[in-house]
Design a protein around this ligand. Sequence first.
Ligand SMILES: O=C(O)CCC(=O)C(=O)O
Length: 229
Amino acid sequence: MIGSGVYPELAYLIGNPKPLEALGAMNYHNNKFWKAVIISKSPGSPRLYWHQDCMMWQDPSAYSKISPMLFFMYYLEDTNRNNGCLRVIPGSHRHRDELHGMGAAHQKEINRYENPDDPRFSDYPNEIDVPIKSGDLVIGYGRIFHAAHSNDSKRWRTVITIWILPYFDNLIEKVRSWFNNDYHIMHDDWPDTSLKKYQSLIPNYNGSVKPAEMIQDIEIHRTPDSRLK
Ligand SMILES: O=C(O)CCC(=O)C(=O)O
């Protein structure tokens, strides 16, 4: 996995006007860019565990129809069950699922596939596959549980994920402060020519709340509370 900080070439894709127009048509405005990652699944690599990406579960918008986090996934190969396509649990962005009680995403043990019997690697009756044609774009709710199948093919399978934060100015202040800081740490040294490609998506928080006010309670922000039924 490679983070966007070292890849200013991604600026073209981040600023790609077509998906942004599609967001506008879906009533998503004041969208800001957080970061992107390039994930390559090598031949023979295992499943990716079930997780959701949202880190704003203290914010009322996380419980509303308009999602405070979206992902754009650009797959660079056609994907299918054999080479590790995306899987999702429909409805899990708005409704509580058994996976919500199984621990937070992105921790070391789960990233390293240390316990293949962990239920976050299991199959679920309500999951669906999302096979994609190379170059097509998946726009997803950051709140939805998603995973990927193992890559049982002989070729690498690569996706570029871009996270977008809609209605950024409406988020609670500590969340805005943290995302703003995290974005700028990673991308401020990109050349101006790159930054200009997606200027309107650059977060801009000028308040006095420190990013630490969010990150010190990160598990609270990553986990839905009783407002998710
Ligand atoms: O590798 C995939 O297909 C999914 C990647 C993913 O879950 C993510 O970028 O959050």
